[in-house]
Structure formats: structure tokens, C-alpha cells
Design a protein around this ligand. Structure first.
Ligand SMILES: *Cc1c(COP(=O)(O)O)cnc(C)c1O
Length: 497
């Protein structure tokens, strides 16, 4: 399997190089040159999560030896990194199935891929003749940053820097990052929103001079955002595991189609579901759920992508995104791999902030339905799900559940439906308690967690209650213009020490 670029069909590199580079030289994103067919689901029914991960990823990362890949998946999907033995357990709640993707070390679905991704990078680095060190640069809307920091902390020859929007993450998310341990970690708050952080990261990747300086020191810059193939491809696995769990539980017949609802920000998670579909998973429709930042709802329904609007800070901050990077990959597939179309649309987006796709692309995208939920609907959904079903969901998952209600109202589609539950409610405690009309005035973060626990009769994830005992290590805040200097200080500073 080789990887090519969404913007240049002459690119053919193996997965290790795609992992290390993160993004293609001309600015495109790497994609596998074809979708491998995985074969009969029957043969996967008895696999546990890490076996399934191995089975799926060996078809994509074919330049990994089987020993290398085994080490990666065994190191990632175990009881050290996941508090639930099923890794991604599935719960039937009323007429829908929630796949809980938040039992990893940082209580968000980003752990699903970021527990294995550092192993990929380490393995690729060992095979590299060009580089001795990797600097991982991450822009986060709250969850990726912490999951990446945990995954990469204290790994030899790798440094990691995370940029988060100073006022765009929850108080718990900020605390998770500010208390990060590890000698190779650096966390920087940015005055701006997530798109500012993401733009800064992209500019640093495209900064030839800076990259040359690093390369001369045999350092390679890479990313842990879902633009990296090592980040989004492992996300295919839990769509398979969910499907298999439903077959094994007798909820669906093998071969029966399902819908999948994904609360969406950067379009990585839902793209992984689409890849699963192309690789043989029986999927009817995908449902893309957005919050008030409903760029994607508009795009999928009308064919016009328009980021020219203010970003709204919502109670589902990990979805507060206007420029969803992985739409680029989706456009590539929906245009039948037309790199010219992708390049020109991405140029338009850069220059005017919007673009419109052709009727053909629009009709190809028709299996992805899109709905959004406003804040009021999200709050009601959190409350109603707890009251009626005794099930506590977080705000992002609530966005998805509202979107599914709207889809049902529109279609009467009876297809069994899986909703991606992407975070623990304990990362967004204040907003959840407000949705539940529970008074929290004057309480600190940890009192609020305790209140949510007693009110909902659920347990606080240990990684979050433990934050109370951890010292704050990172208080730096930077304007957009100073980001590169701060990063240089971090990379250089350590070298001289
Ligand atoms: C990142 C994130 C999302 C959005 O996922 P994308 O892959 O960026 O679309 C949704 N919910 C939560 C809790 C997240 O952390």
C-alpha cells in the first residue's frame, strides 16, 4: 500500500514516511492509494479489539513488519490505557446504540487513536535514515492536545508542543493540559480561537526556512492532528468493533446495514466511518452532526462550504471548528480522486473563504446526511437522556443524539443506528450541570465533579479526579505572532540544556 496526496497524484510514499511527514510537501493530505477490502466480517466476529486493530491496520500500514505492528497495537489497546476491558463498549439506550469512545487515559475519543499513534511514530522513526528526532506540533480544540501529550510524554527522540485557544476550551480540559507531565512536553495557550491555532500550525508546516533549519539538525516536524494518517486510520477500528458487537449481541444480522451518527468538528471521525464503509462495513447512511457552527450542515445539504462567519463558542468546544481539515480528503474521494479539483477548491477556500462543489460531487455525497443542534436542544437532550434513560451523555454526544432525532423526524428510516459517544461528561461538568439545572455557584472544578457524580449516580474517571493533586506546569499564553518563537525556544532550549 502506498499513500498519495489529495493535491498531487505523483506522490507515492509508504506509510512510515506519511506518518513522519504528516502533510504532503505541496500542502495536500495523504490518503491510501486504494481502499483495501477486508473480507468477511464472519472471520472477525471472535476478535478482541487489539486483534481487530491489527487485522485492519495490517492492510493499510503494509510497510510495518508484523512484529512491529503487533507491538503497536498491543502497547496501545490494553488495560493500562483503557479503563474498560472492551475498549469501546456499546450501550443500547432506547432506540439507539452509543459506542463509548471515552474510556482511554484522557476521557475523550482522541485516545482511541492517540494511544497507538506514538508507537507508529516511534517505529517509523527507527526505520528513518533521514531523521533522528521528531517534533510533534498539535493544534487542539481541547481533547486532541491532552490525548497527544499523554501518548507522547517521555518518549525518546520525540518532543511535543500543543497549542490551544486560551478561551476556547473547558476548564477541565485546560487543567488537563496545564498539568501535563513529561520532559519533552510544551503547552501554549493562544489568544484566538481553534482556527487560529490550526492556521498557525499549518503555516509552521509550510514555513520552508524553519523546516530546513530543523531538517539540517535531522529533526522532522510532524502532526498529531487528524490530518496525519496515523491519527485517523486507527479510528476505522471502532466502527468495525461496534458492528461486530451488535452482531454478536444478536441486535443485527451479519450483513445488515447500520447508520452511524458522528458529532463532527474536523471531519476526521466521520471520515474514518466512511473508510470503514469503503472497506466493506455495511453502512446505510452516515449522519454528520454539528453544533451552532453549522458550516458542515450547510455544506453537505447545499454543496457550498462557507467559513465566512464568526466562530461561536459553544458547550461542545471540540466541535467549534469552521475549517474542517478532513473535508479535503472527502472531496478527493467524492470527486473520484481528482487532485485538480481538490487543489482548486482548497485555493478558493484560502482566498475567498468559500467554495461550491459541482452537482456530481454533491450527488456523490448524498449518503452523508447533516443536521445541527443549537445550545438549547443540546441542554434538553442531556437532561432528557438522564431523566428518561438514566444515561449520562456529554454535550458533544448530545449534539449527535439531537441530530439523530432530526434525521428520524425527516426520514422514518428504521435502520439500526450507532452514535459515537466522544467524550466523558466529566470533561464538561459545568455545562452538563447547568443543562441539568443543578446549582454550582461558588464551587471549584472538583466540587463540581463530585456534584455531578452524586446527582447522576455515575463515577468520576480517575484520570480527571486525579488532576486535583497535580501541579500546574504550563501557564504560557502567546499572541498569534509569537507562536513560532515560543516553539523555537522550546525546541532549542532543551537541546542546549
Ligand atoms: C474531536 C472531537 C470531536 C470532533 O471529531 P472530529 O474528528 O474532529 O470531527 C467530537 N467530540 C469530541 C468530544 C471531540 O474531542
Amino acid at each position: 500500500m502506498k499513500f498519495t496526496s489529495t493535491r498531487d497524484s505523483n506522490v507515492h510514499i509508504d506509510s512510515k514516511n506519511a506518518l513522519l511527514k504528516g502533510i504532503s510537501d505541496e500542502g495536500g493530505l495523504f490518503i491510501p492509494e486504494e481502499f483495501p477490502r477486508l473480507g468477511e466480517i464472519e472471520t472477525m466476529l471472535s476478535m478482541e479489539y487489539k486483534e481487530l486493530a491489527y487485522h485492519i491496520l495490517e492492510n493499510l500500514f503494509t510497510d510495518f513488519s508484523s512484529d512491529e505492528l503487533l507491538e503497536c497495537v498491543n502497547g496501545a489497546y490494553n488495560d493500562v490505557n483503557f479503563s474498560n476491558p472492551h475498549i469501546a463498549p456499546i450501550k443500547k439506550i432506547s432506540d439507539r446504540y452509543f459506542v463509548e469512545l471515552h474510556h482511554g487515559r484522557t476521557s475523550a475519543f482522541k485516545d482511541m487513536a492517540l494511544s497507538v499513534f506514538p508507537y507508529f511514530v516511534q517505529t517509523a522513526l527507527k526505520s528513518s535514515t533521514d531523521f533522528e528526532e521528531i517534533v510533534i506540533l498539535v493544534a487542539t480544540s481541547g481533547d486532541t492536545g491532552k490525548a497527544a501529550l499523554e501518548g507522547f510524554k517521555d518518549i525518546n527522540n520525540i518532543k511535543i508542543t500543543v497549542l490551544y485557544p486560551e478561551d476556547g476550551v473547558s476548564s477541565i480540559q485546560k487543567r488537563q493540559m496545564q498539568t501535563q507531565e513529561g520532559d519533552n512536553t510544551y503547552v501554549l495557550g493562544v489568544v484566538g480561537n481553534f482556527d487560529d491555532c490550526q492556521t498557525a500550525v499549518k503555516e509552521i508546516f509550510m514555513n520552508r526556512e524553519f523546516n530546513r533549519e530543523l531538517n539540517n539538525q535531522r529533526i522532522q516536524l510532524s502532526s498529531a492532528n487528524s490530518i496525519n494518517v496515523g491519527r485517523f486510520l486507527p479510528q476505522i477500528v471502532y466502527y468495525y468493533s461496534s458492528y461486530i458487537d451488535l452482531v454478536n449481541a444478536g441486535e443485527i444480522a451479519n450483513g445488515e446495514k447500520v447508520n452511524i451518527v458522528v458529532p463532527t468538528g474536523n471531519f476526521g471521525n466521520i471520515l474514518a466511518a466512511y473508510y470503514g464503509m469503503e472497506m466493506g462495513l455495511p453502512i446505510n447512511n452516515l449522519i454528520c452532526a454539528s453544533n451552532d457552527n453549522n458550516v458542515l450542515t450547510e455544506f453537505l445539504n447545499e454543496g457550498v462550504y462557507n467559513k465566512n462567519r464568526d466562530l461561536i463558542l459553544t458547550t461542545s468546544p471540540s466541535m467549534d471548528v469552521l475549517v474542517s481539515s478532513n473535508v479535503e480528503r472527502f472531496l478527493y474521494h467524492m470527486s473520484n480522486n481528482d487532485t485538480k479539483i481538490v487543489s482548486s477548491l482548497m485555493n478558493e477556500l484560502n482566498e475567498s473563504g468559500s467554495y461550491e462543489v459541482s452537482d456530481e460531487i454533491k450527488s456523490n455525497m448524498n449518503f452523508v446526511k447533516a443536521y445541527y443542534a443549537n445550545e438549547d436542544e443540546v441542554n434538553k437532550k442531556v437532561l432528557q437522556t438522564l431523566e428518561d434513560e438514566a444515561y449520562l451523555i456529554d454535550t458533544h454526544t448530545a449534539v449527535a443524539s439531537v441530530a439523530y432525532d432530526k434525521y428520524l423526524a425527516d426520514t422514518d428510516d428504521m435502520t439500526k443506528t450507532i452514535i459515537a459517544s466522544t467524550a466523558s461528561p466529566y470533561k464538561f461538568t459545568s455545562d452538563i450541570l447547568k443543562a441539568l439545572s443543578v446549582e454550582i455557584d461558588g464551587m471549584d472544578d472538583f466540587e463540581i465533579m463530585g456534584r455531578l457524580s452524586s446527582f447522576s449516580s455515575t463515577e468520576i474517571p480517575v484520570n480527571l479526579s486525579d488532576l486535583e493533586n497535580k501541579a500546574i506546569r504550563f501557564r504560557d499564553i502567546s499572541s498569534k505572532d509569537e507562536i513560532l518563537d515560543r516553539i523555537k525556544d522550546f525546541i532549542g532550549g532543551d537541546e542546549n540544556a
